[in-house]
Design a protein around this ligand. Sequence first.
Ligand code: THU
Length: 147
Amino acid sequence: MTQGYCFVVNEHHDVPWSELRALARDATTRSYAPYSHVRVGAAALTTSGAFVVGSNIENASYGLTLCAECSLVSDLVRQGGGRLAALAVVAGDGEPIAPCGRCRQVLFEHAGASLLIDQGEEAATLTLGDLLPHAFGPDDLPTRSTP
Ligand code: THU
């Protein structure tokens, strides 16, 4: 995990978006996508200022494919964990790609609704709460379990 920014990230203007986009684009070059040929790269900044990255990893059994965001969460946990504050996901053309539904849920566990998600230089940033409203998450488990 690369330490780069040692401040709390909770506003759009706190985020080094160009650097995140560059890391995500670089991650597309290490994607394994021999079936769809859709290379995806993801890069995120944690609330403690660390960068994590991921690339999609496909499989001959297509349904077992790992999305770039899942790979990024693996990177996060493997390197000590933390909370994701800002995320950029791009396809091989370098342009933003929307996190799929499963990835929205996976990201929610490690970020919550406040995660800032890049929409490119020209568009306003969205939050994970925008993409996954009324999410089910870890806080729901203690109150909803029955003996
Ligand atoms: N993909 C991701 O990596 N992330 C997403 O959020 C959307 C889809 C990948 C999975 C597969 O390798 C390729 O894009 C085409 O679906």
